[in-house]
Design a protein around this ligand. Structure first.
Ligand code: SME
Length: 163
């Protein structure tokens, strides 16, 4: 039996609520940035359909530098204000990009990526830690439910290393 309908991602909110619980459990009791970032990216990459990259860029005081991720090798350094990641970092606003080709300055690390969501990561003291970036090979893979879910997941991640 073939399912020819576009994937509807029914129950997305519940899936994210479950993922938040899993992330809490996975990161509990550990405060190491690289360890938690690596496990967080693996958890999310392997829990979401139609995702081809999920990972971190950390701010080194000058620019964004790639951190732990799942997916193909990626661009290493991104200037603040450049691409979707640099825009999220500079504006400190989540970027929900339904079509990366319509985003001026998008950086194509993997030509397969068609849509993307990037959440800025800000520490309790107001300094920028970096961004959380998830890419999809499908156009319009992410919507407002993904934005809310990713932000909730990033809150769990930040609490684990900066709480
Ligand atoms: N597309 C991103 C670059 C990072 S990769 O997708 C992993 C951007 O425009 O910022």
């Amino acid at each position: 039996m073939f399912d020819l309908q576009p994937r509807s991602y029914a129950g997305k909110g519940e899936h994210y609520a479950d993922l938040v619980q899993q992330a809490r459990g996975l990161l509990a009791g550990e405060r190491d940035l690289v360890a938690n970032a690596a496990n967080f990216s693996a958890l999310i990459y392997h829990s979401l359909a139609d995702v081809n990259w999920a990972g971190f860029y950390f701010f080194d005081g000058t620019e964004l530098v790639v951190g732990p991720f799942q997916g193909k090798p990626a661009c290493i350094r991104i200037a603040l204000g450049r691409g979707v990641c640099g825009t999220a970092a500079q504006s400190r606003q989540t970027q929900l990009v339904r079509d990366v080709h319509a985003f001026a300055g998008h950086i194509a690390c993997d030509a397969a990526s068609q849509s993307e969501i990037v959440v800025p990561l800000v520490k309790a003291d107001g300094t920028l830690l970096g961004v959380w970036d998830v890419d999809s090979p499908l156009t319009a893979r992410f919507d407002e439910a993904d934005r809310d879910g990713m932000q909730a997941l990033c809150t769990v991640f930040m609490a684990s290393i900066d709480g």
